[in-house]
Design a binder for this molecule. Structure first.
Ligand SMILES: [Zn+2]
Length: 228
């Protein structure tokens, strides 16, 4: 595990103090992927390290966002944190519990900053994957539902693609998150959209995944209708 990690110093965007950030080396071996894009790597789970947490002031955010917080939000966050005692250090190798704590903090600040729905959705999705790894089923379901809701908002409100995901991928993902959280009927509507989309022909893998998920969602719905 330690071989895959290295440390860099970063200046906190909110309080200005330096702190060490633990990062994952890029050369990871991919082992498999779940139908909601949760990817498993050999020896390490890189999702543990995508949230940076300042041990001085307590600000936490996704690595891509941390340096880019807007001046207005720096003010807002700094006011909130002023005078609060911070007792958090998530540097070095993280346990799953620490990684979960980091995501919860990042979601808290993302919400305070009013970040785009897609960004909040991505945080909830990766939090759900950590719960999945730990087999915390209820928590996983709650986080997947949140992710589904925010990705739905993103589809309507945001300019696509977002975070490297096309409209077709996000449409599929919303359907899959709904299907995984017991809303197969609503999921079917999204899978149908993917299958009917001319754009999906360019994204063969997503199209195949949407077809498989559509079959599964139909089977779930039909077994409910026949009262089994
Ligand atoms: Zn700070």
């Amino acid at each position: 595990m330690a071989d895959h990690l290295y440390t860099v110093n970063k200046a906190c965007s909110v309080c200005g103090m330096d702190f060490p950030v633990t990062r994952v080396r890029m050369r990871l071996v991919k082992e498999r992927q779940d139908t909601d894009f949760c990817t498993y790597y050999k020896d390490i789970n890189p999702y543990y390290y995508t949230i940076w947490v300042c041990p001085h002031c307590g600000y936490a955010a996704q690595d891509s966002h941390f340096p880019n917080i807007s001046p207005a939000n720096i003010d807002k966050v700094a006011k909130f944190l002023a005078g609060r005692e911070v007792n958090i250090n998530l540097g070095g190798e993280r346990t799953r519990e620490q990684a979960i704590a980091a995501y919860k903090l990042a979601i808290f600040f993302a919400d305070m900053e009013g970040l785009a729905a897609s960004e909040i959705a991505g945080l909830y999705l990766r939090l759900a994957w950590l719960f999945r790894e730990g087999e915390f089923d209820n928590e996983e379901q709650a986080a997947l539902s949140k992710a589904a809701g925010y990705f739905e908002q993103a589809l309507f409100k945001e300019r696509l693609p977002i975070a490297g995901m096309s409209e077709v991928s996000i449409t599929y993902l919303v359907g899959e998150l709904l299907r995984r959280t017991g809303r197969a009927e609503e999921g079917l509507r999204y899978f149908s959209k993917v299958v009917a989309s001319p754009q999906a022909k360019m994204e063969k893998r997503i199209l195949d995944m949407a077809r498989d998920a559509w079959q599964e969602a139909r089977a779930t719905r039909n077994s409910r209708i026949s009262g089994q």
